[in-house]
Design a protein around this ligand. Structure first.
Ligand code: HEC
Ligand code: HEC
Ligand code: HEC
Ligand code: HEC
Length: 390
């Protein structure tokens, strides 16, 4: 089951990002079809290309998309509100709710959409599910924070809430009133695994877990580590997709013209090396020296989203990176940390390099918590930018 926000990375897409975003969404759908999925709730990040696009995408989905509170202007539902499925002999009712925070005016065709108040809808749907014999009720939603807490305190017979808020890191599941609430991890880096079973009559044999309404919930996040082999069918699709994208990205970079000043304040590491051979030798031993090769190995060397941190000159040009720059300014170089060196070099070292911010700030531009483990940046900097003996 998926709580939503599956297809796109952000709520609003710039026009130039729409082509790649649509192709990515289609790949995701394809892989979910292969993996199998019982239901997907429509989240705000599934509407980024508009409702018409999502309705078209739904046609190729082998699983239902749910939303009990997304309607058109006349209040007609656009997706099934809920479904009932018998899992291990238990009738499980699953319904989906969209957060009301959605900024409809920014979504293509959004003015034709309405989102009804989740709490009222939840009351109505859970009553219907009970009537239809559901013994266990699951809510999939992209609601978060106060509205989500409000719902958990409303005494509705919801046994499990699977949330998908946008910023979440992994956070531990919580138990409120009579409901077990868990979140999904962002970026598909792990899957949630939940076992629910009736509480054994005898005490003392339950082991770890949370007991709610006579059931035992055992939850864990399974990290999708790189050493877990990919399903060959999924892998084949991903590789084909990446090869195709790389070709398109390369063409686009080749077509970027105009802005010839790009990179003119950066002189490149070869120049720095002529006077700072000692630090250059140290640099060569660091991972920064092969950051572009890392992308090439994965066919992402023309992907601007990756180049931003894996090459030097990306940041000077406000978006119109060119192929020539990628090769000329490959890798994380001296100037990635010390700033443009044009004046410094022209003055034979007299002019200082562009003033450094704090070491932390420099590193955090690329070593964001999402991308990198914590480290003592200042201490590591001394090691990776040290003078080496000749
Ligand atoms: C322009 C972006 C950028 C900046 C700025 C940057 N790094 Fe990195 N760093 C990277 C990338 C990209 C990699 C991965 C390179 C690879 O393996 O392909 C990396 C890898 C590393 C590694 C090796 C991986 C590891 O965890 O052992 C260390 C150590 C490191 N950086 C330290 C620093 C420190 C300290 C700073 C600040 C002084 C810094 N970096 C600034 C982009 C950057
Ligand atoms: C915000 C900056 C940033 C962006 C954007 C970025 N990376 Fe990185 N990348 C890093 C840093 C920093 C590291 C080093 C992490 C560490 O080990 O501490 C790294 C490491 C890596 C590594 C691991 C290197 C190794 O072999 O151990 C791979 C692979 C990688 N990046 C691929 C990508 C791809 C593909 C993209 C585009 C989808 C991308 N990166 C975008 C900053 C970035
Ligand atoms: C990953 C970021 C990073 C890279 C890449 C890097 N440096 Fe540094 N460098 C630093 C930091 C941070 C310091 C300050 C370290 C300290 O606290 O001693 C520093 C210190 C220095 C110093 C001494 C500064 C002083 O005030 O004494 C010189 C010279 C220098 N770097 C030159 C280079 C050259 C040349 C290269 C490329 C071959 C390079 N650096 C690559 C981050 C970097
Ligand atoms: C023509 C020779 C020359 C070139 C080329 C050169 N430097 Fe320097 N650099 C010097 C001299 C001389 C000093 C002052 C003595 C010292 O600290 O080694 C210096 C000092 C520095 C310092 C410490 C003082 C400061 O400005 O913060 C940094 C950092 C630095 N250089 C970085 C770089 C980088 C990055 C490059 C390439 C863009 C570069 N240098 C290219 C000669 C050069």
């Amino acid at each position: 089951m998926c709580a939503g926000n599956l297809f796109f990375k952000r709520e609003f897409l710039k026009p130039e990002g729409r082509g790649p975003a649509a192709r990515t969404a289609e790949l995701i759908l394809d892989t979910y079809n292969i993996m199998g999925c019982d239901a997907l709730n429509v989240g705000a990040y599934d509407l980024s290309l508009g409702i018409d696009y999502l309705l078209t995408l739904r046609k190729t989905a082998h699983f239902p998309l749910l939303s009990a509170n997304l309607t058109d202007r006349n209040g007609t539902l656009l997706f099934d509100p809920y479904l009932i499925r018998t899992i291990d002999g238990v009738r499980v009712g699953i319904f989906g709710l969209l957060d009301t925070q959605l900024k409809l005016d920014k979504i293509p065709g959004g003015d034709a959409l309405r989102v009804s108040e989740p709490e009222a809808v939840a009351a109505e749907i859970t009553a219907r599910l009970k009537q239809e014999g559901a013994e266990f009720i699951v809510l999939l939603t992209n609601m978060e924070g106060r509205p989500l807490r409000g719902l958990t305190q409303s005494h509705l017979p919801i046994d499990l809430i699977v949330g998908s808020d946008k910023r979440n890191q992994i956070s531990l599941p919580m138990v409120t009133q009579d409901t077990f609430v868990t979140h999904l991890d962002r970026g598909g880096r792990s899957v949630g695994h939940l076992e629910v079973e009736p509480l054994p009559k005898a005490t003392g044999t339950t082991g770890r877990g949370e007991s709610i309404r006579g059931r035992l919930f055992r939850h864990q996040f399974v990290q999708l580590r790189l050493d877990i082999p990919d399903d060959p069918r999924v892998e084949a699709r991903v590789v084909a997709f990446e090869t195709h994208e790389a070709t398109l990205q390369k063409e686009q970079l080749a077509g970027n013209g105009g802005d010839d000043d790009c990179g003119s304040t950066f002189v490149g590491i070869d120049r720095c090396a002529t006077c700072h051979a000692d630090r250059y030798r140290t640099w060569q031993t660091t991972d920064h020296a092969h950051a572009l090769a890392t992308l090439t190995a994965r066919n992402r060397q023309y992907d601007e989203e990756c180049l931003a941190c894996h090459v030097l000159a990306y940041e000077c040009d406000k978006g119109s990176l060119k192929i020539a720059n990628v090769e000329q300014f490959a890798n994380v170089q001296c100037e990635s940390c010390h700033g443009p060196g044009d004046l410094h070099v022209a003055s034979g070292g007299e002019e200082p390099t562009r003033p450094l911010q704090s070491v932390e700030e420099i590193c955090l531009r690329c070593h964001t918590p999402e991308r990198s483990d914590e480290m003592d940046f200042a201490a590591v900097a001394k090691r990776i930018c040290a003078r080496s003996s000749p």
